[in-house]
Write a protein that binds this ligand. Structure first.
Ligand code: ATP
Ligand code: MG
Length: 450
């Protein structure tokens, strides 16, 4: 714990010396100054826990001005004022301006210490409340979103604003920039957070199946429809429906989506009765949807209906200050998952991460860090542990042809293991070797084989 730091503003030398002595004896740091001007200069450069100021000071500024400046520059510091005998009006004035308490001259050192302790207790209590408040806020807001760039700061500001509404949101950004993460953040910060967050990838299903997934169907509406089924619009009523890869929908489905958005109702496949739905829609795309609309490849009316509140996620290369915080975040995450050892990046590795262009954005960075952690043999991730494409030419390894067979085997095995998300049984099958063989090899590479 750092020492408690006080600023003492008192023009009366002997009084200042007496109080300073007492304050130091209590174990606090104190800086005595003689004028309001000196106090303001100190306030600009040092953070104080409390400020004790005489109200009447020789010179241009009085204690009330010091109080005001302290409350402006360091609102969390507690201010105590010392008033002359019988000038109760100015003491009241000071309290109105945010002073914690006042003392009348001549100030007894024990009295000062008593009031000071109370002020410091009050301050730490406020700090505790604020910390708790932030912790609670953190839980419900941007958990798991790591950033330090102003670009992402602006994105999260938009998220905060739109979360308070029911507006349809269109998130646009290159692959791997975090679109789904942002969609979830909108849901988690909205009044709908108690409802469901339902995500569907519109590019992954053929038209008919997607329609029945989204809108539901009635029994017998097509072969295999052996019972009535609610669609995702209904499932997400009161919550959020995330339509990923919206550009991949067919014109026929786009008409139906438009109707659902405009009228707030859907029709199950094979049924003509409309069902009211109240899902909030967040759509995402890694294409330029406006361009597709202009080219006639996406319905323009649906585009405008979706774009009520657009959020553009910048690619990682335009926010390079996010790279290292993200890399460290993924290192911590992967270390837990894989029980690996490395805890930090070597200087050159960090440099390589920062100067690479990351065409696959955050997702590519996450995979690169996971792979590097598997490759790393000590407590530090070295540049050569990173995927070769990440390395600048100056650090790149010599051509693979010259690499020892064993080295190539290791790289291949680890790549396959990663593709199988660490599942050794699956990796062994893919590699065409027994589980025990794989286990033995991993052990030899120093990968913690569970
Ligand atoms: N700012 C961030 N902080 C922490 N993790 C992030 C951040 N941005 C992205 N990620 C992680 O990166 C990965 C990719 O993010 P996500 O799936 O949201 O991207 P996407 O834009 O939907 O990608 P795609 O277009 O490929 O679907 C996820 O594992 C996600 O958790
Ligand atoms: Mg996605």
């Amino acid at each position: 714990m750092p020492k408690t730091k006080l600023l003492l503003v008192e023009d009366d030398q002997s009084q200042a010396a007496l109080l300073a002595l007492e304050i130091r004896r209590a174990g606090f740091d104190v800086e005595p100054v003689k004028s309001g001007e000196d106090a303001v200069a100190k306030l600009a450069g040092t953070l104080y826990d409390a400020i004790v100021t005489d109200l009447r000071l020789g010179g241009g500024m009085d204690g009330l001005q010091v109080l005001r400046e302290a409350k402006r520059a360091q609102p969390e510091a507690e201010v105590l004022v010392i008033t002359g005998h019988g000038s109760i009006d100015s003491a009241v004035d000071a309290m109105k301006h945010g002073a914690f308490d006042y003392l009348t001259k001549p100030v007894q050192p024990e009295e000062l210490m008593l009031v000071l302790q109370k002020a410091l207790d009050h301050r730490s209590l406020l700090g505790e409340v604020r910390r708790l408040r932030e912790e609670v806020k953190g839980k419900y807001s941007f958990e798991g979103i790591v950033y330090s760039s102003p670009e992402m700061g602006r994105v999260l500001e938009l998220v905060r604003k739109v979360a308070a509404t029911d507006a349809t949101v269109l998130i646009q950004g290159e692959s791997g920039t975090g679109k789904e993460l942002i969609a979830r953040a909108i849901h988690e910060n909205s009044a709908r957070r108690t409802g469901a967050f339902v995500a569907i990838n519109c590019g992954a299903l053929p038209e008919g199946l997607l329609e029945s997934e989204l809108f539901g169907h009635v029994k017998g509406s097509f072969t295999g429809a052996d019972r009535n089924k609610r669609g995702l619009f209904e499932e997400a009523s009161g919550g959020t429906l995330f339509l990923d890869e919206i550009s991949e929908t067919t014109p026929g489905l786009q008409v139906k989506l438009l109707r659902a958005l405009q009228e707030g109702e859907v029709r199950r496949v094979g049924d003509n009765h409309p069902v009211r739905v109240s899902a909030r829609v967040v759509a995402a795309t890694n294409k330029d949807l406006g361009k597709l609309a202009r080219e006639g490849k996406f319905r323009e009316d649906l585009f405008y209906r979706l774009k009520v509140f657009p959020i553009d996620l910048p690619p990682l290369r335009v926010r390079p200050t996010d790279i290292l915080p993200l890399a460290e975040h993924f290192l911590r995450k992967a270390r837990k998952k894989m029980a690996a050892k490395a805890t930090r990046f070597a200087h050159e590795a960090a440099g390589a991460l920062q100067s690479y262009a990351w065409p696959g954005n955050v997702r590519e960075l996450e995979h690169a860090v996971e792979r590097a952690l598997i490759m790393a043999s000590g407590p530090t991730v070295m540049a050569e542990d990173l995927p070769p494409e990440v390395l600048p030419p100056s650090l790149a390894a010599p051509p693979k042809a010259g690499a020892p067979l064993e080295e190539m085997e290791k790289t291949h095995i680890l790549d396959v293991l990663q593709a199988c998300k660490g599942n050794q049984a699956e990796a062994a099958k893919k590699l065409g070797i027994g589980r025990n063989t794989l286990w033995r090899k991993l052990k030899k590479y120093g990968v913690d084989a569970k």
